[in-house]
Design a protein around this ligand. Structure first.
Ligand SMILES: NC(=O)c1ccc[n+]([C@@H]2O[C@H](COP(=O)([O-])OP(=O)(O)OC[C@H]3O[C@@H](n4cnc5c(N)ncnc54)[C@H](OP(=O)(O)O)[C@@H]3O)[C@@H](O)[C@H]2O)c1
Length: 385
């Protein structure tokens, strides 16, 4: 069935999870009645509870993410599918496959680079053929970084080599699904690197243009004065993918991505914490014990989320010009993440967008239209200097 005449504009799969519940509430409050929305998941009683709490006229569909036929039926009934069923390396592939096959736009919250590389290798060509837009990392990973880098590039001259550095500062805590997904990534670093190498060999590079990620080093950063740690998360990979897909990033684009800390002691403590987590993730029983401390469905309380915040400062240089920009908002992981992915879904369902298909990014597929929506939702994009 052509995508325009499908039963639902947006389906939210994983509506019964911690983040899924927040997304359901956001869509119930912010989507107009012209947008038809369904909540999907494997547990009808939990789905009904989410629908009742939302107070909105939402449909409910029962589907298990391990059932390929049921997933194809679901994705052929909707134009845009959001999934929060993670860890994505464990549960995600059949959902992407169903969207690619049925020409359905797909959005997720993955921060798992190996998952994005695997879906590129397995489903990008099929999605290009059916017209499906497959967009990973539509939450705090990686919307502020991806759209912030694009906003920074927009302030710089065209047609010259550009360098952009992103510096993240934040305060917040994690949900059960985030902890489980982070441990999954850390337990598979070697496989993740191998998959990325295969992708790098087969993915076409843009004609006559170069895009690279400069890792940087731990220490005091000369341009900001902050103590920084290079962050090899999914964020720089997404920014680089946008740069490959958008000629506006110029003939030679380089991106670096850092966590900014309060000083040398905080930097050392953060590095120690990451190292400990990575070591624990290598041992299956220890990994399971750690995951049990934050079970599926749990996450920060409203009071904790009210105190949480983020800023991402960008320093962009090129063609003799230098700019500083900043993206800022409230609780990065959950309150703002649910706004980001909901607005991305509404953007796909409602807005006039450039024609794209296959594995694309928030910047390359949604760009300024999503930035406008996020500004209206209270996330700021500022030219600082
Ligand atoms: N990168 C970011 O910025 C960001 C921010 C927030 C979250 N996330 C990611 O989003 C994901 C979800 O996090 P969360 O804390 O919301 O997790 P969660 O509370 O554990 O929710 C997981 C959801 O998946 C559902 N599910 C699991 N297996 C299923 C299956 N076989 N069929 C159908 N549904 C199934 C669960 O359903 P039941 O209720 O029936 O168990 C639940 O609705 C994680 O991967 C996390 O890393 C990323």
């Amino acid at each position: 069935m052509p995508s325009e005449s499908r039963e639902f504009d947006i389906v939210l799969l994983g509506a019964t999870g911690f983040t899924g519940g927040l997304i359901a509430d956001y869509l119930a409050t912010n989507a107009t009645s012209a947008v038809s929305i369904a909540l999907a998941g494997r547990n009808p009683a939990k789905l009904e509870a989410v629908r009742a709490r939302s107070g909105a006229d939402l449909d409910v569909v029962t589907v298990d993410a391990t059932d390929d036929a049921a997933l194809r039926d679901l994705t052929s009934r909707c134009r845009v599918l959001i999934t929060t069923v993670g860890p994505y390396l464990v549960h995600g592939d059949p959902v992407v496959a169903a969207c690619a096959d049925t020409g359905t736009d797909y959005l997720d919250l993955t921060g798992e680079p190996e998952f994005a590389d695997l879906t590129y290798l397995k489903h990008h060509a099929r999605a290009e053929a059916t017209g499906a837009r497959l967009i990973h990392a539509c939450g705090f990973d990686s919307v502020p970084h991806d759209l912030g880098a694009q906003f920074t590039v927009d302030q710089l001259p065209e047609g010259v080599p550009l360098t952009v550095r992103g510096y993240v500062r934040l305060q917040g805590t994690f949900s059960g699904g985030t902890v489980a997904s982070a441990l999954e990534v850390m337990s598979r670093m070697r496989q993740g690197r191998a998959t990325h190498d295969i992708r790098t060999q087969v993915e076409p590079q843009p004609d006559g243009r170069a895009v690279s990620i400069a890792t940087g080093r731990v220490g005091r950063d000369a341009s900001t004065g902050w103590w920084v740690i290079p962050m090899p998360t999914i964020d720089p990979l997404i920014v680089a993918q946008s740069a490959r897909q958008l000629p506006r990033y110029g003939p030679d684009f380089t991106y670096s991505h850092f966590l900014a800390t309060e000083g040398p002691l905080a930097a050392a403590a953060t590095l120690g914490g990451i190292g400990t987590l990575a070591a624990v993730a290598q041992v299956a029983p220890a990994r399971r014990a750690l995951a049990r401390l934050r079970p599926s469905g749990s996450g920060p309380t409203p009071a904790q989320r009210d105190k949480a915040w983020f800023t991402v400062r960008f320093v962009g240089e090129g063609g003799g010009t230098s700019v500083v920009t900043e993206v800022a908002g409230g609780d990065p992981g959950y309150t703002e993440t649910s706004a980001m992915i909901s607005e991305a879904a509404l953007c796909l369902a409602v807005d006039d967008l450039p024609v794209t298909a296959g594995q694309v990014t928030t910047a390359s597929a949604l760009g300024p239209a999503l930035r406008t929506r996020l500004l209206a939702a209270g996330i700021s994009f500022t030219l600082v200097d």
